[in-house]
Write a protein that binds this ligand. Structure first.
Ligand SMILES: [Zn+2]
Length: 200
């Protein structure tokens, strides 16, 4: 093993894929800006076991973080705590990226962070038990539900089928609308707990 901090491109790419182009901790998307002459990306490859101790640049000892989170972990005076948190994050991402598509994770984390993707129609779902608008959901045509099948099967989200299609941001019914049912997809407690493993 050599002293260099050199990380091969193939490993850098694999690290970005592992977290679906997000910071492993805060879940922010990693920004990419391309302006003809410059390509910036703000993904940082953080060492789980610090490089100066381990000299380990393997995929297994690296994780993708944004610069802000990277600093937080590096500056944590409790080194063991940092190492064990990063190890746990690596394990969570192994499960997440092994079981869910990028689309599923993007939508799941957006629900968790109340930051819906603009191309998915969203509205405040009325929780009938509590009688108030309490959780955010998004909707997709029922026939596209298979795209979220792994989230549904593992109960990270619940879905409710509605007759009718979305128009604007409300569910409308009527014979003039396409005969297409809508699936409302909501985050479950299990889904929330899944997401919390990353950010807490
Ligand atoms: Zn971050």
């Amino acid at each position: 093993m050599h002293m260099s901090r050199y990380i091969p491109d193939a490993i850098k790419r694999k690290l970005l894929e592992e977290t679906q182009f997000r910071c492993a901790f805060c879940l922010d998307s990693i920004e990419h800006i391309f302006d003809d002459s410059n390509f910036f990306h703000f993904a940082e490859n953080a060492h789980i076991q610090p490089h100066n101790e381990s000299l380990d640049n393997s995929f297994e000892n690296l994780i993708c973080l944004c610069p802000t989170c990277h600093k937080k972990f590096d500056k944590n005076p409790d080194r063991d705590n940092s190492v064990s948190r990063l190890k746990a994050l690596k394990a969570h991402w192994f499960v997440a990226s092994g079981n869910y598509s990028k689309l599923e994770l993007d939508c799941l984390f957006d629900l968790f962070r109340y930051n819906p993707r603009p191309w998915i129609l969203t509205y405040q779902f009325q929780n009938s038990e509590r009688g108030k608008f309490s959780s955010l959901c998004f909707s997709v045509p029922t026939k596209q539900g298979y795209l979220f099948q792994n989230l549904i099967t593992n109960r990270l989200v619940d879905c409710v089928e509605q007759k009718g299609a979305f128009s604007g941001n409300s569910l409308t019914f009527g014979s003039n609308l396409p005969a297409e049912n809508t699936l409302l997809i909501l985050l479950t407690e299990k889904g929330k707990n899944f997401c919390k493993k990353f950010v807490s």
